[in-house]
Design a binder for this molecule. Sequence first.
Ligand code: CU
Length: 136
Amino acid sequence: MKRLFLFVAVVAVVSLVAFSGAFAADAKKDAKAEPKTQTVTGEIVDLGCYLDHGAHGEKHAECALHCVQGGMPMGLLADGNKVYVLTLSHENGDPYAKCKEWVAKQVKVTGKVMTGGGMQALEVDAVELAPAAAAK
Ligand SMILES: [Cu+2]
């Protein structure tokens, strides 16, 4: 009888450990991924026109500038048509302001990549014209 009790106790402890392990794994899966600083190359687009009718590039530059000056959110159109919403850095707003001038141009943006709510965003900590565009 004592043995049986010991066996039950061991089974209980083992399953408890297994359970908490599973919970820990679940919690990890639900936790937001730690934002990672990345440098992404792409074209700055005005999100309204890009998402509505795929407008971007040189021929849409004038409209894009107008849209962004009016307050349209900006995105970075990277390789593989991956689009990041550009967000303002709290520490330094200058690079974001620069993006407003460089809309429709190829740039390199460095900052935190954030995901959530079905979106992905890139904080503009630094921006420079990409070599291809700078050479033009
Ligand atoms: Cu536009």
